[in-house]
Ligand binder design. Structure first.
Ligand SMILES: Nc1nc2c(ncn2[C@@H]2O[C@H](COP(=O)(O)OP(=O)(O)OP(=O)(O)O)[C@@H](O)[C@H]2O)c(=O)[nH]1
Ligand SMILES: [Mg+2]
Length: 196
């Protein structure tokens, strides 16, 4: 049986000392503000109300931890790239993210959420560099694929795969709305979390 529907909220962290205990394994979700991180977590866990989804970018300002089992977690990281956030707040978020990636022993892999209409951006590339530098796995979900026709979806997929071609990063199309790519995303996460 899948672990994902058993998920429950664990804790939120605004500062480094509030992170959940660094035990077992966890999969983190990062991406631009409004790229669909919270929506992807809800789709993968089949729990529509779990992570808060908002039309207002910058909604997830905390690191939110969700527990699948006592030593398995999903982590919703604060989105970056939202222009209206004050500079001082942005710097604090980035410092918290960098702290998280540098010190988190239980981080098994990163699911990088990228809006398929925008493609990989500079800050997305920084996230990939951080996790690859620490020998962690990374998988890109090109979200909101329902907003592209088939041809454009495949083009973005190929371009993103080409951009990651000299790394172990894997890429797929994803749509929470159309329930596209959910099984593939789970299969990748199962491997990282060592779910039999
Ligand atoms: N059409 C479509 N819309 C989506 C999809 N995924 C997310 N959205 C919409 O995109 C918006 C942002 O989604 P969120 O999941 O809140 O994005 P987020 O990355 O968690 O945003 P922050 O927490 O602000 O960083 C919402 O209006 C969602 O309904 C998708 O697969 N298809
Ligand atoms: Mg969110």
């Amino acid at each position: 049986m899948s672990l994902y529907p058993l998920v429950k909220f664990l804790t939120s962290a605004a500062e480094a000392h509030q992170l959940a205990p660094d035990v077992g394994r966890e999969v983190a979700f990062a991406g631009r503000s409004n790229s669909g991180k919270s929506t992807a977590i809800n789709a993968i866990t089949q729990r529509s109300g779990l992570a808060r989804v908002s039309r207002t970018p910058g909604r997830t300002q905390l690191i939110n931890f969700f527990e699948l089992s006592p030593e398995r977690r999903l982590v919703d990281l604060p989105g970056y790239g939202y222009a209206k956030v004050p500079e001082a707040v942005k710097i604090r978020w980035l410092a918290l993210l960098e702290h998280y990636f540098n010190l988190r022993a239980s981080l098994a892999g990163l699911v990088l959420i990228v809006d398929s209409r925008r493609g990989l951006g500079a800050q997305d590339a920084v996230m990939l560099e951080w996790v690859l530098a620490r020998d962690r796995a990374a998988h890109v979900l090109l979200t909101k694929a329902d907003k592209l026709n088939r041809r454009d979806g495949l083009r973005v997929l190929r371009e993103t795969q080409a951009a990651c071609s000299d790394t172990p990063v894997t890429v797929q199309l994803f749509s929470a709305l159309k329930k596209q790519g959910i099984e593939a995303a789970r299969a990748t996460m199962d491997g990282w979390l060592s779910v039999p």
